[in-house]
Design a protein around this ligand. Sequence first.
Ligand SMILES: [Zn+2]
Length: 679
Amino acid sequence: MDNPLLTLEGLPPFSRIRPEHVEPAVDAILAENRRRIAELLDSDPRPSWAGLVEPIEEWEDRLGRAWSPVQHLNSVMNTDELRAAYNACLPKLSDYATEMGQNERLHAAYKAVAGSDEPLDEAQRKVLDNALRDFHLSGVDLPPAEKDRFKAISQELSQLTSRFEENVLDATNAWSKLITDEAALAGLPPSALGLARQTAEQRGQAGWLLTLDFPSYYPVMTYADDRVLRREVYEAYQTRASDRGPHAGTYDNSAVMERILALRHEQARLLGFPSYADRSLARKMARSPDEVLAFLHDLARRSRPQAQREMDELRAFARDRCGADDLQAWDVAYYSEKLRQDRYAFSQEEVKPYFPDTRVIAGLFGVAERLFGVTIRELEGVDVWRPDVRFYEIHGPDGGLRGSFYLDLYARPKKRGGAWMDDCMGRMRSSYREQTPVAYLTCNFAPPVGGKPSLLTHDEVETLFHEFGHGLHHMLTRVDYAPVAGINGVAWDAVELPSQFLENWCWERDALDLVSGHYETGEPIPRDLYDRMRAAKNFQSAMQMVRQLELALFDFRVHKEYDPAAGGRVYGVLDEVRREVAVVPYPDFNRMPHGFSHIFAGGYAAGYYSYKWAEVLSADAFSLFEERGVFDAETGRSFLRNILEMGGSRDAMQLFVAFRGREPRIDALLRHSGILEAA
Ligand SMILES: [Zn+2]
């Protein structure tokens, strides 16, 4: 094959990708694409679907297949060399994308296909509509000087967002704390102690090493009896990449955030939108900023009184039962865990032995098989980036191959935190060829320690279901046109529908019988433990709700209210939002926005509300299974046909109505969250 980032078979050659290959390989593809597109536009006076859209999709796909593994490795196997190569390509890719989006001849050609009398199906029409919309959003109709400015902004933004993420990663890696006296870690469960010891050993140190990776951070905040230690770790985590805390100023995102907000605003104004929030909604289901704000304020109004009661209960419990006055942010998780234990005798630690990762994964596949009639099996011998990464194929009800995915479960240094699904390649079928989708599923679970399998908390099981829901959406699509196949072209605020939908099954007894099995005895989660877990499900659910609303309102307002004269007002807006919705105390050194990668580095800018928006859809979709049975095959197949297979080929509201029989209602979400209506 002529390009070191691509193979003949299709899957990326992970083990053979070297940082020095990246830039020349990307350069070559970009140059080829530019040449081919110019030739195409010169040679075809009467563009058609097969003559224009198909070949362009083919070339775009080739670029996507080459870049995807580089981007992925940069996230999960970060090195200085790869990071440099990755960053060297960003402005080139950004330029290319802007150039395509602003190419007037290409725009005219797409318009000609859309306006021709060529018989096109509904999905093809959607591809063309989206393309014309995106041309506009790329500034194709701007005068030349503004076009140049638009392009320069896009390029600077792609570098800034990458920089933001690097600062967070570097700040996370920069901090660790070696503990040499086990007594200092009193309260931590054995699994967390084991991880801390293993982390120390791996770095050639004796004792227990705490880091800011989530599997290390979370147990300290939840279980460590030493309040001073909790405060220290909380401060290190919550000040990452900022002007405060142990590495104050070293990886500081302050100026990066400010610049990102200014440039997004400027770019939105160039396109004629009042703010970046308005611009963001051009590709979403929500129709106006007012609709989004009304939605969030409504949820806040319904849930804040209950959140306040939950917080008051926590304070009273900490004071009366533990003698702890003056509850601070680093005490909330700790005493919440004690209260949960007291009330439900349930802890995440207690369920972990029932959730060894291999069992959970087999059970997850079993759930997908029962709901959607798919079968999933592991394929050995595929080229991967780490020996513990696995590869699976997923077959449809008819037995045909639908898609495949990589599964990378464990936290390690130089791997971005969190869990996510990403697109390795998408489905397409054209006169050239047929391609099945491939996904990356990435988690950061604690790795197996001391010969024991990796044991998951129920929260982590839920995370896995969530990401797998995204994966099914990407992989089970039957749409032939890449721009609207799978998750492509789906309105961003509807993207979380399949993922949050699938989470529901890890709360169902019948599903848990498939998912759980004690790592020593194989016994599924016992009845009484399940009952306690279920009873504890909505523990502090209103507090969690207002926490999400805080993030969503902050994100939306900071983008909507940006004013060049006043600057970003990041902390001004945050303070106002917290006064409206928050019930937990925040210390003045809290620097949450500095690490808020979703909106400053990811795709959730003025879109974090999408989680709650889509949760209305997912809860309401699940309520149909509550009516008909959680494994009702017909309802499962209907979800497969109407949502998962359709991708972005139709409007999200139409798809929802086709499945549910009516427009979404908010009551299922409130009921599932145990939030009682405010009087
Ligand atoms: Zn998600």
